[in-house]
Design a protein around this ligand. Structure first.
Ligand SMILES: Cc1ncc(COP(=O)(O)O)c(C=O)c1O
Length: 385
């Protein structure tokens, strides 16, 4: 730290030098991120609420009401009238809360001490962090030939130590939706907590279904589903950080509650103490601003781009891994090794990411990637071919 105060102009200049090293969403070169540039209106609102702290909701009663409204609105999208939950920092924290709720619930009501969670191979690595922090063992369910959770594998892995089953609505690597209705039945039959990670798909599948896309039900209308992660800062176009965790019953929050003596509330169930109210306010604003109609238009456009890109890739001779269900296309060159192809694209300024299961280039067609960017990318892919 400097000994003396530094002039604002100088600080801003220094910061902008750092900022210049960052990629900018508007260049259309960030091709592997599940985040995107937040809408300017959401950013404006975010700034207004920067000082609010939802960790102490008695001091910020209005902002707390906003959070409740946001959870209710997201709940409506996920077929539940009275959800319980919070706006948190992202999918990782949301998944951690869900698994913590499941573990504590199983400990309290079933006496399970050394628990296990059944998580598909395709799950986001946040579950590894959750298992590590919560002292749980991960048992990995296999994928079927379509890269979706194999239901038989889940059944086989259930034991008297299972505290939760996880399935994904919009996998990180391929954007696929698991057979959540079948897994919900299994979870119910075995009286096991079932969490759906819809961090990516939660803000698009409901709208895609509305405009006629043939996607399966993944939400609270399935009786086995106990909690859902859905991230406003991914497909919701809210500013980072904004994750969402919704629970079917209040008791899942209650089993995580600890006393919070010096605050305006007696207990706290969230992992984080001091918590941004700005994320809730910005999410509230952007959900109102777009409405269902706005989100339907955005996702329709993204799916048009996805299908265009996939078809053009095939025309060039690239091998597309699977039919896209959401706005992700994964592909390989018939002979160039995947990491080498990623390097070649990187050398041309494209920031692609490589999926692990199966190994493939993975392009997430977020809102900052426009048709002209895709055409430029296809030109480069044609030259590389
Ligand atoms: C399905 C899924 N779950 C969870 C996460 C973690 O979200 P975050 O990076 O916001 O913590 C991601 C991130 O991409 C994801 O795709």
């Amino acid at each position: 730290m400097d000994d003396k105060p530094v002039d604002k102009e100088k600080i801003l200049k220094e910061l902008s030098e750092f900022h210049k090293l960052d990629y900018d969403y508007s260049d259309g070169r960030i091709l592997g991120s599940m985040c995107t540039e937040a809408h300017p209106f959401a950013k404006e609102v975010y700034f207004k609420f920067l000082d609010t702290n939802l960790g102490d909701p008695g001091l910020f009663k209005g902002t707390k009401l906003i959070e409740c409204e946001v959870i209710k609105s997201i709940g409506e999208l996920l077929s539940i009238d009275n959800p319980y939950g919070h706006i948190v920092t992202g999918g990782t924290e949301a998944n951690l809360m869900a698994i913590r709720a499941a573990r504590n619930h199983a400990r309290k009501y079933k006496g399970i001490i050394d628990g296990e969670i059944i998580v598909p191979e395709s799950a986001h690595f946040s579950f590894k962090k959750a298992a590590d922090m919560l002292n749980l063992k991960i048992v990995e369910a296999e994928l079927d030939e379509n890269y979706k959770t194999d239901v038989e594998s889940v059944k086989k892995l259930i034991s008297d130590k299972t505290v939760a089953i996880v399935a994904i609505a919009g996998t990180t690597e391929l954007g696929l939706v698991d057979p959540i209705d079948e897994i919900s039945k299994i979870a119910l039959e075995n009286n096991i907590y079932f969490h759906v990670d819809a961090a990516f798909g939660g803000f698009s599948i409901p709208f895609l279904r509305k405009i006629g896309f043939d996607l399966p039900v993944f939400d609270f209308s399935l009786p086995g589903v106990c909690s859902i992660t859905v991230d406003p800062h991914k497909m919701g176009l809210a500013p980072i950080p904004a994750g969402g965790i919704l629970f079917r019953k209040e008791e899942y929050l209650e089993v995580m509650a600890v006393d919070s003596p010096y605050l305006t509330v007696k207990t706290q169930s969230t992992i984080v103490g001091t918590r941004l109210g700005a994320s809730s306010a910005a999410t509230y604003a952007i959900m109102k601003y777009f409405g269902k109609e706005g989100y339907c238009n955005i996702i329709r456009n993204l799916m048009d781009n996805t299908i265009f890109f996939k078809e053009e890739l095939e025309k060039l001779g690239y091998e597309v891994i699977c039919e896209p269900e959401l706005n992700i296309v994964a592909f390989n060159h018939p002979s160039i090794e995947t990491n080498e192809l990623a390097e070649k694209l990187g050398a041309r300024g494209w920031k692609v990411s490589v999926a692990k299961c199966p190994v493939a280039i993975r392009i997430v067609l977020m809102n900052h990637i426009k048709l002209n960017h895709l055409k430029e990318l296809l030109e480069d892919l044609k030259e590389i071919f």
